[in-house]
Design a protein around this ligand. Structure first.
Ligand code: ATR
Length: 263
């Protein structure tokens, strides 16, 4: 039986096992997908397990997507350019780090039929997932990607990786067509992003990377003001879909039953 695992810290709330085990069963694959809370000093050992084929694939989540990189033999183009790994596998005896968050985000936007060509995108946050979002957005040829983070230094680190982005101070709201919440604000029901959106104009797209809760205050307020809103559920589904396809060489179905698993 093949073994897959998602590692992170915390990990209790990860819905990856539900999704992967559902597809494993649907496709009659002899495999199991677990979750494991680990500490940073265990990263090296767990990659060794992949090398020994005791584990056949790993998903990596917060806060190890960058920290795992030194322990891998090779990186895919996406993982290298984003300096972020969420999917690991063995290829010709080498451990490979790949990134499916970027294509997950891109496919989720396509699913929603958003055309971002020549649009101004404003990203809030500079945590683990933001490099994947910038990488994916840039392929869609927006006119500008603007980023703001409470800790400006982290925003500037991202600018070193993606020279074409603009940085604004936390609290400033530039003109935008789409705003993306990529901070962790909203994970708790009471969390609120204290920015004033009363003067931003009409018909904007508000996207929240968070999918649990399904509607953060950020999205609820935007909806009340008549803007288009979208949560991170399809991004989550598509990043898992890409990892599953890579590992099992089978493209699983995304249907209403799959999406319901995450409600
Ligand atoms: P990590 O930074 O370890 O990758 P993350 O959950 O991916 O963790 O990122 C958390 C993001 O939410 C960061 O951009 C963080 O801002 P800081 O870099 O300033 O910490 C942002 N964030 C968390 N709490 C916040 C708050 N109360 N106000 C504004 N931004 C917040």
């Amino acid at each position: 039986m093949k073994k897959y695992v998602v590692i992170g810290n915390p990990i209790e709330h990860s819905l990856s096992p539900q999704l992967h085990n559902y597809w494993i069963k649907k496709n009659n694959i002899d495999a199991v997908y677990d979750k494991k809370k680990i500490n940073e000093n265990e990263l090296k050992n767990i990659i060794f397990e992949v090398k020994k084929e005791k584990i056949n694939g790993i998903n990596v989540t917060v806060p190890f997507k960058k920290a795992i990189i030194p322990f891998l033999d090779e990186l895919s183009i996406e993982a290298n350019e984003t300096q972020s790994v969420n999917t690991i596998y063995l290829n010709n005896g080498k451990t490979v780090g790949h990134n499916t968050d970027a294509s997950g985000f891109e496919l989720a936007l396509k699913y929603s039929k958003y055309n971002l060509c020549n649009k101004r995108i404003f990203i809030l946050g500079a945590g683990g997932v933001v490099s994947s979002i910038i990488f994916a957005l840039n392929k869609m040829k927006p006119s500008k990607i603007i980023l703001s983070n409470r800790t400006k230094e982290k925003a500037e680190n991202l600018k070193n990786l993606f020279k074409y982005i603009d940085i604004v101070n936390w609290g400033e709201i530039p003109n935008f067509d789409m705003i993306i919440n990529a901070t962790s604000l909203g994970l708790k029901e009471d969390d609120e992003i204290k920015l004033n959106f009363s003067n931003i104009g009409k018909d904007k797209i508000f996207y929240d990377v968070i999918y649990n809760p399904i509607e953060t205050k950020f999205l609820k307020k935007a909806k009340d003001l008549g803007h288009r809103v979208e949560n991170g559920k399809m991004m989550f589904v598509y990043q898992a879909h890409q990892a599953f396809t890579l590992w099992h060489k089978i493209m699983p179905n995304i249907d209403s039953e799959t999406i319901k698993l995450l409600d």
